[in-house]
Write a protein that binds this ligand. Structure first.
Ligand code: ZN
Length: 116
């Protein structure tokens, strides 16, 4: 199922559309950090992007081995930190997502549960 190319306007600037598509297709439009499936819905497709595992600011290469499919939230959480490997970045991103989920659940649990 080919995705609307509008999705790819979100590809990081230094990556061309062609390079972005190649990376997304290699990774089957699935976020390499959280596993979000970019083909599952329009909303998911919209937030897919391409991430530099080693950021360009730290001499990360514009090379397929340094590029992965990534959803925007994971990209934001990963930020500009530098990791030793994709695995290390993934561990950090997933742990941070879990923290955020717990904080969100706590917050949601309080006032909403009483008004229901
Ligand atoms: Zn993700």
């Amino acid at each position: 199922m080919p995705l609307d190319l509008a999705t790819l306007t979100l590809v990081a600037k230094p990556v061309t559309l062609d390079e972005g598509i190649r990376v997304l297709e290699r990774d089957k439009y699935r976020c390499r950090y959280c596993g979000l499936d970019g083909t599952a819905s329009f909303e998911n497709a919209l937030i897919m992007s391409v991430d530099f595992v080693v950021p360009r600011a730290h001499k990360g290469r514009k090379d397929p081995s340094n590029l992965v499919a990534c959803c925007r939230p994971c990209n934001m959480i990963k930020g500009r930190r530098v990791y030793g490997s994709l695995e290390e970045a993934k561990t950090y991103v997933l742990a941070r997502r879990e923290d955020l989920r717990k904080a969100w659940e706590l917050k949601r649990g309080r006032p909403l549960s009483q008004s229901a």
